[in-house]
Design a protein around this ligand. Structure first.
Ligand SMILES: [Zn+2]
Length: 94
């Protein structure tokens, strides 16, 4: 054993997350429990206030009106922001 720091990299290439991310994004997230980064309230994603009078969908927290997520689907690209969620919890796909 050596006391010298290991020269092995401590991270993987992001492509190594392909399988786990595919599993996560294949579930119905409306039943996931989301925690609002703004006020800390937690509830099912299906319970957010959804606004569709925009180029896409905007989900807002029913407690504080913070934007939880935006989803815009274009012809070539999809744009998803979920920065209003501090956390999403859902059963692990098995
Ligand atoms: Zn909130």
């Amino acid at each position: 054993m050596s006391d010298l720091p290991s020269s092995e990299p401590t991270f993987l290439d992001g492509n190594a997350a392909a399988g786990p991310l595919r599993d996560v994004f294949s579930v119905d997230l409306t039943s996931a429990v989301g925690t609002c980064a703004g006020c800390g309230d937690a509830g099912p994603v299906g319970g957010v206030r959804l606004y569709s009078q925009a180029p896409g969908l905007v989900g807002r927290c029913p407690g504080c009106e913070e934007v939880l997520f935006t989803l815009v689907r274009g012809e070539q690209d999809t744009f998803l922001s979920m920065k209003g969620f501090a956390m999403l919890r859902f059963p692990t796909a098995g």
